[in-house]
Structure formats: C-alpha cells, structure tokens
Design a protein around this ligand. Structure first.
Ligand SMILES: Cc1ncc(C[n+]2csc(CCOP(=O)(O)OP(=O)(O)O)c2C)c(N)n1
Ligand SMILES: [Mg+2]
Length: 780
C-alpha cells in the first residue's frame, strides 16, 4: 500500500491531509473558474457545488489514496464530481484544459459520467439514489461471475458508493437493501457524507440512529464516524464530557447555524448552555475563536485519521455503512449556511480563500502550486505510487458468437410464447450464447414465459437451495433448483431493482472483462415504475435486452391498470435503447439474434421488445427478403402496386386486423400496401438522422422510411394502427407529406374481451376500413 512510501502513520495522515487541501482547492477553483472567469455567452448559470465538494475532501483522499484497491469500483456522489476530477488531475490522468471547460462542451461533466468523461469513471451518477444502489447490484453481478468461474474470488473488489445523506431519502435505497439481504450481499461499502443538509434544508433530527437500525436489520455493519480525533482529545479533558453531550443533543439546524457563524458564536452558545458546568469555561478558554470553530467542526468525516482507521478496520467482505459526520462547505465561508447547496464563493471570498490555502496568484491550476519543491515531489510520488494509480484500463470483453436463431414452429403463436421457446431452444443448444445469457425478472418469471429457460438453467444462488416442492414430489411445471451455476436471478417485485440489476449486468463486460447478455422481463406497463433506473442504465451504456410483456389493450380482461398505452413512445424516446414491436414469431427470432449482436457492438446499445400473449396466425413467407428490411424497422407485408394511393402501416399484435382490412380494401383500392413496422423507433431515428445529416452538408442515402414510403404515389393516404399511442406511427405522414389517419389509443383501457375492446378503441377491421375510406373520400 501507499504506506511503503510514507513510513509512519503520522506521516501518512499528514500526507493525506495535504492532499485534502489540494482537493479542496482544486474543486473549488474549477467551479469558480467556470462561473466567474470563463467568458459567458448565454447568460445562463453554469453552476457547480463547492459546498458539496468541500464536505468530501477528507473522505475522498482517505479512500482513493489509502483504502482503495485497483479492483474496487466507486460511484461518486454526483455533486462531488469536481473532487474526483481533481484526484485524477493529481494522478496525471486529467488535463487542465478539461478542468477549465468544466460544464462546457467537451469538458469535465457536471456529474461523473462513464461515457463522456475521459478519466476512469466506474459508475455514472446524477440521479440521486441510483448510483448508490448500483454498487450493491454490481457486487451481486461480481458474485455471479465468481460462482460461474469468470472472476477469481481473490480478484473480487469492493463496490463502493460515496453518497450524500439526502440520498437516504430515496426509496430505491431501501428496495435495494431488501434485495441485497435476500441475496447475501457482500463486498459493498456505502460511505455517507452525513452533512445533514440536503438541497433545501437541514435534514430531520428524528432520523438520528434510525439509519443504523434499518441497515443493521438488513445485515449491514454500521460504522459511525461522529467525532474527529481533535474532538476525542478535547472530550477526554476536564469539562470535555459536557461538550460531547452538548454536541450529541444539538439539533442539526442549530449546528449548521453556529458553523456558519464561527468561533465567537460557538463560544457564546456553549457558555450560555453549559458554561456553568465544571471546567467547561476553562476548557473553552484554552481555545481561541478559530481553534474553537475548528474543534467544533472536527467531525469524523473531516478527520483523516478517523477515516483511515475506520476503513482499515473493515478488512472483511461484510457490507458496511460508514456514517461520516461532516459539515457542508467545510473550510469555506459557505460552511453550514442553509442555502449553500448551490451557493458559491464570490470573487473576493475566493481571493481570501486562495491566500488561506497558500496558493500563489498565477499558480491556481498548478497541481502542487505554493508547495516547496521537496514537498511537491513527495506528494507527487505518493500519489503516483498509490494503488489506484495501478488501476488497469477497463477491459474489452471478447465477443460471444450469436448463431442463427430458428423461429419456433406453430401456425398460431403469440410473441411472448415464442420468446419463451426461443430462449428455451438457446438454453438447450449448448452454444456459448446460452452460457452467457442471464435472465432476471421482478417476480414475473412464469407469467412472462421465462420459466422454460429457468427449468433448463436453474436459479442463481451463492448458497445451494433445494426445490422443496420438487423434493416432496408435488407436480409443478417449474423446477427451480437454486445453485451457483444457475443463470436466472430472481428478484422481488420492485421494478427499480430490476432495472438497476439490468444496468449492472449489462456492464459486466467493461467492469469485469467478461460479457453477460442480460435478458429481463417485466409487465410492459410497469416499465414506467423503473423508468429513471432504465434511463440510468442506458445513460452509462449498459447493454441488456428488456422484454415488456404482456402489453397494450390486447391484455383484455386484465383491465386498464395493466394495459400499457405509452410504452411505444418510451421506446422511441429513450436514447441507448432500440425498441421493436414484432408481430410474428419468425420476426422475433430474427430480432433477438440481431439484439444479442447489437448488445455487443461497440456502437450498439440495449434493446426493448414489446410483446403480447395474443396468439395470432403466422404468415407464410416466400423467401427471406423481408428480413433485412424488418431489421431496419419495417417491411412491406403486401407490396403496394405502382403509384398506390393508400397503405396501411401497422405495428405488432394488430397484424390480423391490419391484414383482414387490407384484404377487404384491396378490392376498392387496388395496389394498396400493407407495411409492417417492426420498429417505429428505428424508422424514426433513421429518418431524422438523414435530415440532420443533410444539414451538416453530408450526403446520405435515403432513410429506410423514405425508401419504403417512396413507392407510394405522392399524396397517398396512410392508415396507421398499433395497440398503443398513435403518435408512435402517425409521424410517418411527415416523411413524404402524406395524409394520415392514426389509429391506436390514448385513453386508459378497461376490462373486456379482445373484440369488445378493439371495437371500443377503434383497433378492429372496421375501424381500419373506415379510416382508409375517410382518407380517400375526404380531402380536408
Ligand atoms: C432523483 C433526483 N432528484 C433530485 C435531484 C436534485 N438534487 C440534487 S442534490 C440534491 C440533494 C443533495 O443532498 P445530499 O445528498 O445530502 O448531498 P450534499 O448535501 O452532500 O450536497 C437534490 C435534491 C437529483 N439530482 N436527483
Ligand atoms: Mg447532505
């Protein structure tokens, strides 16, 4: 460890304290530069969080330059991003130019980003709470890989979250705690920057000690770092006990106010409250005002010695919560002020702060500005010899071959059942692909047809768990024994956990150098429950296959609470996710094969399939020429005749209605086309990308949507139809300037049988025919 360079513990503490000062300075200066020095053009606030950084500038060097090992991974509290960049600046892995462009185009991102920042960022953060939970799920992924022989036990790292105390208000933290307990979570540290301030206010005193209870109940060790060493020494002196008791009783808000006011205010208040107690006055008098302020704010989270002692003491794999008491804005004139979250030092304050930090004018960006040559060289050597300086670059995981996936047989099939059969066939295939797929679902494994795969491949559990029902010879279709080689991770019903688990699994390649191909199923409407977590996974370029099923009004009797309406728009709107709404089993097999490849391509991404339980007649194919177009977003199921005046464009499960309407209309509208839009998302992206390319002066081939619709007569009419928001397809009219009659639904569904619902919501054959007639007859 770093101790080889620094001989004694006292030296180590002094070195880390010097680094603490550098990080405090550089993070504040980076934010100051972006807000006060860099020219501004738009009149908008740039922002940054000097106070949120300052409360972590002891925690972070204690972790990064002492406790952290190369195999450990960290999610950094979003608002402490500048401290992380300062650490990598000292390591020589961040440039001054990028720091100068903090929050500017191509500069350091506001919040640590895996994909956009150029320093190593293990987990993106920004949406509070998610960056915390992701560490627990990544630890479970690591356990999965250890059990599958893909990561050696001795290489297992700790997954660490540096978090704000207000993050403890996010419900997803507790959902994660419960899931973690069920899965025997280990190798996970959460370090709370317990500054007792959120964005708006000071946090509730009533929560004091409640967090300990909650975490301990879930199997965590809780280490509280309340007092720094200075305080510990003072408490041991005559009169010290009274001060300790006073701190323990002090409400969070009062503590913050006094911190902001400084030494004289501390003295006045302490004298008023406990000045009469034995020896207290004498003890207080032994400190001048500055020393008293330093003593009162010498909380555990600002005490390097306490921090490294605490980290060193936890050398096992128990999940551990460190509650590190801190002061928001510690060491800055903003300390403790209730409005300090977005508060910033003004230029005169910054000037004073520079002097206080011993940074000479003009050397603000120098990593070791203001230090003597020897001191600078010693710090530089220490930093460069620290274990994280040896952290290897993220590995490039080898690609897993994807064989052609045959379509399941059957004249009538639902896409959901076909999905289950395709996965089952893969499971039985003995291909490498089968070994790399890992499935997961939030308590909907059976009802989303994952059961077959699980029967074949087993549930994953670190500890073997027998299927008690099977042992008792009770007949069941689900034979779910749980063991280390299992490939299905069963989750409780919380969809947030499900999406964060997918995000973690989909990062196995860059995190652990071994690729997993995660497949997660969820009832389509409940995608909304985990939307932020889904977005979070996509934002950090995690790769997974999400299957939303069943979907739409087609779910019929289940009623309006379970019928998804707007998910096609979610699929279109979510960056990093390509959405498909397949109709037939052979389309689905083709798309799944494409998906497993897309999930592995450098410029690829995640995929979302919206499926259904409605069995529909499959179409007879004459050859394979539909396939290439299906993978581009759509193909003509019935090619339009020359100069056709109309076409029906449909997506997914309403194929039978679209086909039947097409047959009837073909008599009156000869040459009418029938377009099967397998992916409104791909068609729209391709179309808008082509327009954007034109503006950039680049010539590009016509988009697929333009090619498809270009075969119709100019001014032809389009009936669009899908079981979901009509807007997912109605835009097709804009491609060639066609009139559109959009069918779909933008109202909540209700119970009913399929035919009643399709009639009521205008998705049936008659509705399609009426819509076409209206287009042809009516010109307005
Ligand atoms: C999901 C989400 N909601 C709201 C915000 C806006 N926000 C940013 S920081 C913050 C409070 C931060 O308080 P804390 O976690 O205690 O951090 P610190 O005090 O260290 O700044 C809020 C509400 C956000 N980033 N993410
Ligand atoms: Mg806070």
């Amino acid at each position: 460890m770093a101790d080889t360079i620094t001989q004694t513990r006292a030296d180590l503490v002094a070195t880390l304290e010097a680094l603490e000062k550098r990080l405090l300075w550089l993070s504040a200066w980076t934010i100051h530069n972006a807000n006060h020095l860099r020219p501004k053009r738009d009149g908008l606030k740039v922002g940054g969080h000097q106070a949120s950084c300052a409360s972590m500038t002891a925690i972070m060097p204690a972790l990064y330059f002492h406790a952290l090992r190369p195999q450990d991974k960290v999610a950094v509290k979003p608002h402490a991003g500048p401290v992380l960049h300062a650490i990598h600046y000292l390591l020589g892995e961040q440039t001054r130019e990028k720091l100068e462009r903090f929050r500017g185009l191509g500069g350091v991102q506001s919040y640590p980003s895996r994909t956009k920042d150029t320093i190593p960022v293990d987990f993106s953060t920004g949406s509070v709470g998610l960056g915390v939970a992701v560490t627990a799920f990544s630890s479970l992924v690591q356990d999965y890989l250890v059990a599958h022989g893909q990561v050696r036990e001795e290489d297992a790292g700790r997954m660490i979250a540096l978090m704000g105390d207000a993050e403890l208000d996010e419900g997803n933290i507790y959902e994660c705690l419960i899931e973690g307990y069920k899965h025997d979570l280990r190798n996970c540290w959460w370090v709370v920057d317990y500054n007792r301030q959120s964005l708006d206010s000071t946090t509730a005193d009533r929560m004091f000690r409640r967090f300990d209870d909650i975490f301990e109940t879930c199997g965590w060790r809780v280490v509280t770092l309340k007092y720094g060493k200075l305080q510990g020494e003072a408490f041991a002196k005559p009169g010290g006990k009274a001060i300790e008791e006073w701190i323990d009783q002090c409400p969070n808000a009062d503590f913050a106010v006094l911190t902001y006011q400084g030494g004289a205010a501390w003295r006045a208040r302490l004298m008023a409250d406990i000045g009469g107690k034995a020896q207290v006055r004498k003890l207080l008098d032994s400190y001048d005002d500055d020393a008293l302020a330093a003593l009162m704010t010498n909380l555990g989270g600002h005490c390097i010695e306490s921090l490294i002692d605490a980290f060193d003491a936890c050398d096992d794999d128990r999940p551990t919560l460190f509650i590190a008491y801190t002061v928001k804005g510690h060491g800055l004139p903003l300390a403790g002020h209730k409005d300090n979250h977005s508060g910033m030092m003004n230029p005169p304050q910054m000037e004073q702060f520079r002097t206080l930090m011993g940074v000479p004018e003009g050397q603000e960006w120098e990593p070791w500005g203001g230090l003597g040559d020897n001191a600078a060289a010693a710090l530089d050597a220490f930093v460069k010899a620290s274990p994280i300086a040896r952290k290897p670059a993220e590995p490039l995981a080898p690609t897993v071959a994807v064989p052609v996936l045959p379509a399941p047989e059957g004249a009538e099939q639902s896409t959901q059942a076909a999905f289950g059969r395709i996965l089952l066939d893969i499971a039985k295939s003995g291909e490498e692909l089968a070994d790399r797929i890992v499935t997961t679902a939030p308590d909907v494994t059976q009802t989303t047809n994952l059961g077959g795969f699980v029967n074949q491949r087993g549930l994953f559990r670190r500890q073997e768990l027998a299927d008690v029902f099977q042992k008792a010879k009770i007949p069941s279709a689900q034979k779910w024994s749980a063991h280390g080689a299992g490939q299905h991770i069963e989750l409780g019903i919380a969809e947030n956990n499900f999406f964060i688990m997918l995000a973690s699994l989909g990062l196995a390649g860059p995190h652990f150098g071994t690729r997993l191909l995660p497949v997660g199923t969820v009832y389509d409407p409940f995608i909304s429950r985990g939307l932020d977590a889904l977005n979070y996974g996509c934002y950090q370029d995690s790769r997974f296959l999400l299957v939303g099923t069943p979907s739409g009004l087609t779910l019929a009797a289940e009623g309006g609470a379970h019928q998804s309406i707007n998910t096609p728009l979610i699929g279109m709107g979510q960056p990093g996710l390509t959405a498909f709404d397949p109709a037939f089993a052979d389309e689905l097999a083709l798309i799944m094969g494409w998906s497993f490849e897309h999930m592995q391509r450098e410029d690829g991404g995640s995929v979302y399939l919206r499926l259904s339980t409605r069995a529909i007649p499959q179409v007879e194919r004459e050859g394979d020429d539909w396939q290439a177009d299906a993978l581009k977003g759509g193909y003509w199921l019935k090619k339009p005749g020359p100069d056709a005046q109309a076409a029906i464009a449909f997506s997914g499960v309403v194929a039978p209605e679209a086909l039947a309407a097409w047959e009837e209309l073909a008599e009156d509208l000869p040459g009418i086309g029938l377009l099967n839009v397998t992916s409104p998302d791909l068609l729209h992206r391709g179309w808008s990308a082509r327009r954007a390319a034109r503006w950039n002066g680049q010539k590009q081939a016509p988009s697929h949507a333009e090619t498809l619709l270009g075969t119709l007569a100019p001014g032809a009419g389009l009936v669009t139809v899908l079981d979901g928001s009509p807007g997912a397809l109605s835009w097709l009219g804009g491609v060639k300037g066609m009139r559109v009659s959009p069918l779909g639904t933008d109202r909540f569904g209700q119970t009913g049988d399929l035919y009643d619902l399709y009639r009521t919501y205008r998705l049936d054959v008659d509705a399609i025919i009426d819509a076409a007639a209206e287009l042809v007859l009516d010109d307005d």
